[in-house]
Design a protein around this ligand. Sequence first.
Ligand code: NAP
Length: 306
Amino acid sequence: MAYDIVIVGAGPAGLTAAIYAGRKKMKVIVLESELVGGWVAKSHIIQNYPGRPDVSGDDLAKTIEKQVKKLGIEIKYDGVNKIEKNGNFKVGCSSGKTYEGKTVLIATGASARKLGLPGEDEFLGKGVSYCAICDAPLFKDKVVAVIGGGDSAAKAALLIAEHSKKVYIIHRRDEFRAEALLVDEMKGKKNLEMVLSYVPVKIEGDKMVSKLVVKSKKDESLKELSVDGVFIEVGNTPAAVLAQQVGAELTEQGYIKVNKLQETNVPGIFAAGDVTDFPLKQIVCATGQGAQVAMSASAYIMKNKK
Ligand code: NAP
């Protein structure tokens, strides 16, 4: 029998949609290829989620997961590789299984953006990382550079500063994009040095990273930083391949276009969270959008029953 809603992606948007749909007694399944909680589960600490100040990302993700499972909703680890409209939607997975849904929610989030620097791929896992919470402890008493000026870079730099001897944060402008409070916190760290108006040029080393070369945006001069690690935190790329496949319209930047009801241009396909064109990429926004999807999908099913 078909599910009322097949939810692709178990980040805050997908899980909240599952809670709201489950409480409406809709038949729901959540499919996740990697990690329940998405990037939230990889966040050291979340300080702006109302009601849970200073909660660890892992704790927040696990609490939401428990709330979903308490409703009897299944979360399956299976990577979705195809969504087809054939009567209902057929959602094909890498396990070979196909799940049938009257509606589908695409809540696939976004993945770490690469810089394309020389040495970036070569030293991945040998000093180059895109995940501070996973890898910061590996750099105990070492020297590390973090590239980026947004919330992710600031949080990564602050976390790494707890473990490492020294952290450089390399940002291409004089002003940070990150929250002002995070910037204040960085300024208070004795072992954190801001390298502003510099861009990274190349990562060098032998077996492991040993050097990051950066270039001044003011006078083009080059500077060599002796580092053991380079964390790249320069934003995300929306994971919208499935949406594109099923005919959903994307913005020029690759985000899924949705209206206020979280509907895409394909009837029955909804999207929520960081993969959509909603400008603010925050957990509170993703959860709100997820809740709306449950309402919109339920209304869609009712309308199509008649
Ligand atoms: P972001 O806000 O898009 O910031 C990306 C940073 O990388 C910017 O400072 C950008 O510089 C820099 N950058 C981009 N391309 C670059 C390049 N080619 N070379 C050098 N620098 C480059 O990304 P994010 O920090 O990953 O955050 C993504 C979203 O998640 C944001 O909305 C953020 O608020 C949210 N987030 C929230 C939390 C939380 O706990 N609330 C934590 C993490 C992320 P410019 O500033 O010059 O553009």
